[in-house]
Design a protein around this ligand. Structure first.
Ligand SMILES: Cc1cc2nc3c(=O)[nH]c(=O)nc-3n(C[C@H](O)[C@H](O)[C@H](O)COP(=O)(O)O)c2cc1C
Length: 246
């Protein structure tokens, strides 16, 4: 596991925040192998926090992770590009639902589309329509992190107000090589979410999507701890889904 991505250890668990800055979170995934970690992220989030989740998957992501698994884990409604039905289009339902949005993994393709304002599928349209704090967590294939076009797109996203954490170093599952552009693990993603929400409250940009600030004691994890310490100890030994996944 590379630096900046944590791993399965107690160290990773210790980096998890006590509470989340939002109660309704949309996670939009592109077709990086990190998409396969989303059931683990969902399990962690809904077990440890008082948060309602929704997922949006690109078609490529839906080949790497089971939408049914995501929906089964904590009832997280999961939308796949092209599967839309119902009176209100999925991108609008998702954009209205979320207080904040995390795009993870954000593939090179997705980063390019978002930087250009392209909205040709569900995920890119949700991101374009969503007005609240948005965290984009890159997951780049080996070799891509040195490409001027990719770096330009990342810079463009930052200039446009998206929160894009620094590219993380990690090991490619495909080649075993160490490189830049590995997807952040859940604790780092949540830290980025906290930063994005704090920035929205500070600047006012996107703040209208956020509910009034919660007291830290409202976190489910804390309540759970008061009830019993046992489940938490068990969870400590499990994976946070951290690591380097490209
Ligand atoms: C197993 C696997 C892992 C992949 N991982 C990545 C990745 O981490 N980053 C990336 O940019 N593309 C990755 N790709 C390629 C993307 O899936 C491909 O570029 C796709 O067109 C992305 O579409 P999307 O952005 O709509 O999800 C991967 C492909 C496969 C089959």
């Amino acid at each position: 596991m590379g630096g900046g991505v944590g791993g399965t250890s107690e160290r990773a668990v210790a980096r998890l925040p006590r509470a989340l800055p939002v109660r309704r979170l949309v996670i939009a995934s592109g077709g990086g192998i990190g998409a396969a970690l989303m059931p683990a992220w969902a399990a962690w989030l809904c077990t440890n926090y008082e948060v309602e989740l929704r997922f949006a998957l690109t078609r490529s992501a839906a080949r790497l992770v089971s939408p049914r698994a995501l929906a089964a884990i904590c009832g997280a409604r999961t939308y796949v590009d092209g599967d839309d039905s119902g009176p209100v289009p999925a991108h609008l339902r998702l954009a209205r639902f979320g207080e904040a949005l995390i795009v993870a993994p954000a593939t090179a393709n997705l980063i390019g589309k978002l930087a250009a304002g392209v909205a040709d599928d569900l995920v890119s349209t949700v991101v374009l329509c969503f007005e609240g704090p948005t965290v984009v967590i890159p997951s780049l294939p080996p070799g891509a992190s040195g490409k001027p076009a990719v770096l330009r797109n990342v810079q463009q996203l930052r200039a446009d107000g998206y929160h894009v954490p620094a590219l993380a170093r990690g090991r490619s599952l495909a080649t075993g090589e160490d490189g830049l552009g590995a997807m952040l693990d859940l604790p780092a993603a949540l830290a980025a979410l906290e930063t994005a929400c704090a920035r929205a409250r500070l600047t006012g940009v996107g703040a209208h999507k956020l509910e009034p600030r919660r007291r830290p004691t409202e976190g489910l994890r804390r309540k759970g701890r008061q009830r019993s310490r046992k489940p938490r100890r068990r969870l400590r030994t499990e994976s946070t889904g951290g690591g380097s996944y490209r």
